[in-house]
Design a protein around this ligand. Structure first.
Ligand code: C2E
Ligand code: MG
Ligand code: MG
Ligand code: MG
Length: 282
């Protein structure tokens, strides 16, 4: 009985695996075209002051407008792009796009920063620093307007090599942030030597924090930790006024989340920005 059941399972699963493999292969060749055919898009999400709601910066998030599969979120292709080495082209596209947006803002007299998410694989790319430098130079942009976000877990997995690249970027004047903080098990000793200016608390610490006193204390401790390292502390994924109030009381500097705005395509963001009036805080 057992072997029959297993066989029937096998005959059910083999075509599924085959189909999955085919889909991955086609995604790989599609990914090669995504950049060439200009199918990537820059979405923008604001970061605002927890205290008064004023706009303090913006994060760029990649989207792929796939010709057949429609809009794809980064989770559906960024990990894959990292495995296959395609991530560098995506990063380069996002950096060029970000610098173009920053140039527009700069020309309008707006001192608004824009953060690009980079993979730790990018930090192993010896050409990255030079390309960032030349993009900024060509655009005649102050380097401090460009921010790069690196996930804590990626940094921990990468070992010590990326730190040198981070120092080079820091020397250029580019600002660095630790993304998804709290999920990557970094040590205080490690954190202390990173040339970063911002710590972004992962949204898992924020979600529903108002329902749990212990989690509220934990969140407060993370904010204090960030401040003792002299970092700007930003909370991700703020969805409710109750979460916002707790973050404000904890002394969190900046917040991001659906409560303020979802990520939007660039024209929609510009509209949002022109209409945005911070709500007076309590
Ligand atoms: P992340 O950098 O931590 O970005 C925050 C993610 O949370 C975004 O998802 C954003 O849309 C989502 N988010 C923002 N506010 C809220 C909220 O209030 N509630 C909820 N539930 N979600 C919220 P997204 O755009 O799907 O990106 C997922 C991850 O993919 C990013 O996490 C980042 O690690 C990665 N990523 C995005 N763009 C790029 C890129 O250009 N390059 C690389 N290497 N990674 C990217
Ligand atoms: Mg990010
Ligand atoms: Mg994050
Ligand atoms: Mg929630």
């Amino acid at each position: 009985f057992e072997s029959k059941r297993m066989r029937s399972h096998a005959s059910l699963y083999v075509p599924t695996l085959e189909a999955a493999r085919k889909q991955q292969l086609s995604l790989l060749s599609d990914l090669q075209e995504a950049v060439a055919q200009n199918q990537l898009r820059q979405f923008l999400q604001p970061k605002v002051s927890a205290l008064d709601g004023s706009l303090r910066g913006v994060e760029a998030l990649v989207r792929w407008q796939h010709p057949v599969r429609g809009w794809l979120p980064p989770n559906e292709f960024v990990p894959f792009a990292e495995h296959t080495g395609r991530i560098r082209q995506i990063t380069q596209w996002m950096l060029e796009r970000a610098v173009r947006t920053l140039s527009t803002w700069h020309a309008q007299g707006l001192q608004l920063s824009l953060a690009v998410n980079v993979s730790t694989l990018d930090l192993q790319d010896p050409g990255l620093v030079g390309r960032v430098a030349s993009l900024l130079k060509e655009a005649e942009l102050p380097a401090h307007l460009l921010h790069l976000e690196l996930t804590e877990s990626g940094l921990m997995a990468a070992g010590p090599e990326p730190i040198q690249v981070m120092h080079s970027l820091h020397e250029l004047g580019v600002k660095l942030s630790i993304d998804d903080f709290g999920t990557g098990q970094s040590s205080l000793a490690y954190l202390q030597m990173l040339p970063v200016h911002e710590l972004k608390i992962d949204r898992s610490f924020v979600d529903g924090v108002n329902f749990d006193a212990r989690r509220q204390e934990l969140l407060g401790s993370i904010v204090k930790l960030g401040h003792s390292l002299r970092l700007t502390v930003t909370a991700e994924g703020v969805e409710t006024e109750a979460e916002m109030a707790i973050l404000r009381n904890a002394g969190c500097d900046l917040v991001q989340g659906y409560l303020v705005a979802k990520p939007m395509d660039t024209p929609a963001f510009e509209q949002w920005r022109e209409q945005y009036r911070p709500a007076a805080s309590g």
